[in-house]
Design a protein around this ligand. Structure first.
Ligand code: URP
Ligand code: ZN
Ligand code: ZN
Length: 469
């Protein structure tokens, strides 16, 4: 059976027109005005007065991630379902092998966990150490397993973080493979030193998490990672960029023509560090790395979205419950599991506070949440577009619908929302995933295991070498 979405205002990264989209066998079969394709048994969605976007692509999530002595609380089923409820129809999760573990063993574990996803998924591979087999395993990931993007953490020293010699080896290996290196940029040793100092002074409250990782720590690491990438001639993608110092490093590199891409997340655009002053232990809900920044950084990030300095908005979805998880760090901020939920809220927040407040236009919105992540990571045009032959992943969005974000009503498996009380205008009324309506008028109708693994390849644009120093 097909699906006909009629009379919607179709908005892509480049186009805007009133028309219809016809989906058949999980693919987009036709797009245009007055298609009149419908046949008996088809589902017809009247999208008059509504917008139609390509499904969101969230290139940075962590479902059921073993981390800091616990596991992120959304699994692949609940996390992808929450994404669908918010208009995100594909994710890229991170395989994160532990130090000493083979990349391919880690990959097998992630494939097993991800079988229950309700929407399509791909993986980045984190390299958390560099051993004898790492080079050949990176080759197998990129060439045989459809994983041409690698992740390194400059933070989390002693756990999943790498040192500079390891980072250099990863970049060199990725360059040889035409793969992309993504980086969590914070000066890991400086963080450890500041954590120790603060704890020695008896400073254990969640607010000291932010004080142990101030913005220069991110700015320095961003600049260092960019410099190493420049030396090696490797493109680089900075994940969850939060601050002016890091933006300055990206701007300087791009002005020289270096291939540097950057991502930010709604929490860094919309929250400031006063969240750490919430009563009692509530600030722990906002403990994530990098931390939420003081006022001033947010405007710089918005400007970078509209100017094109930042290419994507992801979520870094990595939820932990306040009770039983965040409270592991009641007496020591450095033991609070780092991360928060957000996959369900990304589109509505960026629409409300980006488009409706005049900070970005509708095409930039689609580009940031769907088209650019698909292009950069090798999923385009199958994802991130509305073209015949593309996957039938579509969001019918009511620009007038209003709601208030709350942990009481969200689909995240998490007892807190870092966006609690945020009013949003605009919400999906129908979300089509692989040619099936999986969300309609506030209700999910998902199928455990319906999500498919998306092996990826990077095209010449994504893999193009950086200009020489
Ligand atoms: O605090 C965060 N960001 N948790 C998830 C892991 C990471 O650093 O992306
Ligand atoms: Zn990170
Ligand atoms: Zn992350």
């Amino acid at each position: 059976m097909g699906i006909l979405i009629k009379n919607g205002e179709i908005i892509t990264a480049s186009d805007r027109f009133i028309g219809d989209v016809y989906c058949e066998d999980g693919k987009i079969a036709a797009v245009g005005p007055g298609l009149a394709k419908e046949r008996a048994g088809d589902t017809v969605i009247d999208a008059s007065g509504q917008l139609v976007f390509p499904g969101g692509v969230d290139a940075h999530v962590h479902m059921e991630l073993p981390f800091m002595g616990t596991e992120s609380s959304d699994d692949f089923e609940t996390g992808t379902a929450a994404g669908v409820a918010g208009g995100t129809t594909s994710i890229i999760d991170f395989v994160i092998p532990s130090r000493g573990q083979s990349l391919l063993d880690g990959l097998a574990m992630w494939h097993e966990k991800a079988k229950k996803a309700v929407a399509d998924y791909a993986f980045h591979m984190a390299v958390t150490w560099f051993g004898d087999k790492t080079l050949s395993e990176m080759g197998a990931c990129a060439r045989e397993h459809g994983i041409p993007s690698f992740k390194t953490f400059m933070a989390y020293r002693g756990a999943i973080g790498v040192d500079d010699p390891e980072l250099i080896q990863v970049m060199e290996a990725a360059r040889g493979l035409g793969a992309l290196v993504t980086v969590h940029a914070e000066h890991g040793d400086a963080v450890v030193a500041l954590q120790k100092k603060l704890l020695k002074e008896g400073k254990t409250h969640p607010r000291y998490h932010a004080q142990s990782r101030p913005s220069p720590i991110e700015g320095e690491a961003t600049g260092r990672a960019i410099m190493l990438a420049r030396m090696i001639g490797e493109p680089i993608y900075i994940v969850h960029l939060t601050c002016k110092e890091a933006l300055a490093a990206v701007a300087e590199a791009r002005s020289r023509g270096q291939v540097v891409m950057a991502e930010t997340c709604p929490q860094y655009l919309l929250l400031d560090d006063s969240v750490y002053e919430k009563p009692s232990f509530e600030g722990a809900a906002y403990v994530m790395s990098p931390p939420i920044r003081p006022k001033g950084h947010q405007d710089a990030l918005w400007a970078a979205l509209s100017s094109g300095l930042i290419q994507t908005v992801a979520t870094d979805h990595c939820p932990f419950n306040q009770v039983g998880q965040k409270d592991m760090g009641k007496d020591d901020f450095s033991r609070i599991p780092n991360g928060a939920a957000g996959i369900e809220n990304r589109l509505a927040l960026l629409w409300t506070y980006g488009v409706l407040e005049g900070r970005i236009d509708v095409h930039r919105f689609v580009d940031l949440v769907s088209t650019q992540p698909a292009k950069i990571f090798g999923l385009y045009p199958r994802k991130g577009s509305i073209v015949p032959g593309g996957d039938a992943d579509l969001v019918v969005f009511d620009p007038k619908g209003t709601s208030t974000i709350s942990a009481k009503t969200h689909h995240h498996r998490c007892d807190r929302s870092i966006f609690e009380g945020f009013e949003v205008k605009g919400r999906p009324t129908h979300v089509v995933v692989n040619g099936r309506v999986q969300f309609k008028d506030g209700k999910l109708d998902v199928e455990r295991g319906a999500g498919r693994y998306l092996p990826r390849r990077l095209g010449p644009t994504q893999g193009s070498p950086a200009v020489s120093p």
